[in-house]
Design a protein. Structure first.
Length: 250
């Protein structure tokens, strides 16, 4: 299968969607607090996107009913928003995809709810650093295995494991495109990175074992051992100038 390489114009289109995703995450970082429900976050994100000319691409995708995935504590991904208030000490991963003029950008972020304990702080730090290490390897001349290895090495040095049941992917006109982006790997293996590739890098790092199971709703994935998990994700373009993070926010 061939990779759908993007032109500079295509990447500008994805960047427009990425800026809305980034702005939404930045706004959420100031709103997420104890007592807030993930249903409220879902409504906020949908309105935020619509007001800026974007649509939430996850809503309706394969029947998914919400604008976001909201994954709390031991839920690794694809959690349904609900009416349960978030509590101090919780963590929640908010995953969203914006569509602007047919171009899509995808980003997830794990937020701490109030004060969290030291062990959870270490988990979030390792997960975010593993993403950053993966992005640094997204350069011409490298292969997908270099990205996966950098992520795996960072997580394992910190004493955590990488969930392998879910992967990153190409993105553009479609939410999920070829290739799959593994978050474990062997340096120098996998397909070569080419100019014009746009991929998501989205490692899920867990404090326990990497085994997961899918809930009865057919979507929500949880760790089998109940260990908490954190995920950080960006949409990244491969260019001659190096990786460009199209969903970056500060």
């Amino acid at each position: 299968m061939a990779v759908d390489l993007k032109t500079k114009e295509h990447i500008r289109g994805i960047r427009k969607a990425g800026r809305i995703v980034a702005a939404c995450h930045k706004a959420l970082s100031k709103r997420i607090a104890p007592g807030v429900t993930t249903q409220e976050i879902d409504r906020f994100v949908e309105r935020f996107m619509l007001d800026r000319g974007a649509t939430p691409a996850q809503k309706g995708y394969k029947g998914y009913p919400f604008a976001i995935c909201a994954s709390v504590n031991e839920v690794v991904c694809h959690g349904f928003p609900d009416s349960e208030p978030l509590e101090t000490g919780d963590i929640v991963t908010i995953d969203m995809v914006a569509d602007v003029d047919g171009w899509k950008a995808d980003s997830a972020w794990t937020y701490a709810i109030g004060r969290i304990n030291t062990a959870t702080e270490k988990l979030l730090l390792a997960a975010e650093q593993s993403l950053q290490d993966g992005i640094k390897q997204a350069v011409l001349g490298n292969r997908l295995g270099d990205i996966g290895y950098a992520i795996q090495a960072r997580a394992e040095r910190a004493g955590f494991d990488v969930v392998t049941a879910f992967v990153g992917h190409g993105i553009g006109r479609n939410m999920h495109e070829y290739p799959d982006v593994m978050h474990r790997g062997v340096p120098g293996q996998g397909i070569a990175l080419e100019e014009g590739m746009v991929i998501t890098i989205e490692p899920i790092i867990t404090a326990g074992r990497a085994d997961v199971y899918i809930a009865q709703d057919g979507w929500m994935a949880r760790t089998r051992d109940g260990a908490w998990a954190a995920q950080f994700e960006h949409t990244v373009a491969i260019t001659k100038e190096g990786p460009i993070v199209l969903t970056r926010w500060d």
